[in-house]
Design a protein around this ligand. Structure first.
Ligand SMILES: C[S@@+](CC[C@H](N)C(=O)[O-])C[C@H]1O[C@@H](n2cnc3c(N)ncnc32)[C@H](O)[C@@H]1O
Length: 220
């Protein structure tokens, strides 16, 4: 038995953004504007301001100190994670692009977050495997290449502490997950990931229909 969620129109989405962060955030707005201007074809990869607010909220709510991000781009999600961490918290960010993350670095600096963040450039498949098995991570965010999701998940789940939270972006893939005529590799990768996560007994999973769909998985 299912019950439909409220449909979110563009106007309602703007209302959520206007009322969903306290206070309105000039720095994040500037980061959105710069990303759209410098990387117009890629700017859609950035998480939205509502999801950024949710991320900071969740990181703070679980009292996270150690976090990992897979897929940093120009820094929106990493800023939201870092803001939720205490001053002695640590965030390790993985990305393959010096170009994209050079923008992120500037915004981390301006927001006073640089001391919490370590950026590791290179394929996250290698980077995650180098993290200690007993890392006891509090929070992780997966938002890189979709074919890599299953592997990132398998590297991260055992490294989370009990009660730790993994957030995974784009799991509704613009609604294409339920379009049976779509058998593209990206869509199939997201479907395979969603099936895998839903059956994984090491976590409790909830999909939140924010942005492009966000899986929240709590390590049991
Ligand atoms: C969707 S964007 C991330 C958006 C970012 N979370 C934000 O909110 O602004 C995906 C990022 O993953 C990076 N990426 C792609 N393949 C990767 C890999 N194998 N390892 C690490 N990063 C990768 C890309 O360079 C890109 O910056």
């Amino acid at each position: 038995m299912t019950r439909e969620s409220i449909g979110v129109s563009a106007g309602l989405q703007q209302y959520i953004v206007d009322h969903g962060t306290t206070p309105p955030d000039d720095l994040l707005n500037e980061l959105v504007t710069e990303t759209r201007s410098v990387l117009p074809d890629r700017a859609g990869m950035q998480i939205g301001p509502d999801q950024a607010a949710l991320t900071t909220f969740l990181v703070r709510l679980i009292g996270a100190k150690n976090a990992v991000e897979v897929g940093t781009f120009t820094g929106m999600s990493s800023l939201s994670i870092a803001r939720g961490l205490p001053d002695d918290g640590k965030l390790i960010c993985f990305d393959i692009s010096e170009e994209f993350t050079s923008i992120a670095r500037r915004y981390w600096e301006r927001d006073g977050q640089t001391h919490k963040i370590e950026l590791r450039i290179g394929d996250a498949r290698n980077g995650l495997s180098e993290l200690p098995q007993d890392a006891a991570l509090d929070f992780a965010f997966i938002d890189a290449d979709k074919p890599g999701y299953l592997e990132y998940w398998e590297q991260l789940v055992p490294r989370m502490r009990p009660g730790g939270l993994i957030a995974v972006d784009n799991v509704l893939w613009s609604g294409r997950v339920t379009d049976e005529s779509d058998t593209s590799s990206g869509t199939e990768a997201i479907r395979a990931f969603n099936d895998h996560a839903a059956a994984d007994k090491r976590v409790e999973v909830v999909i939140v229909p924010i942005g492009d769909g966000l899986t929240l998985a709590r390590r049991v």
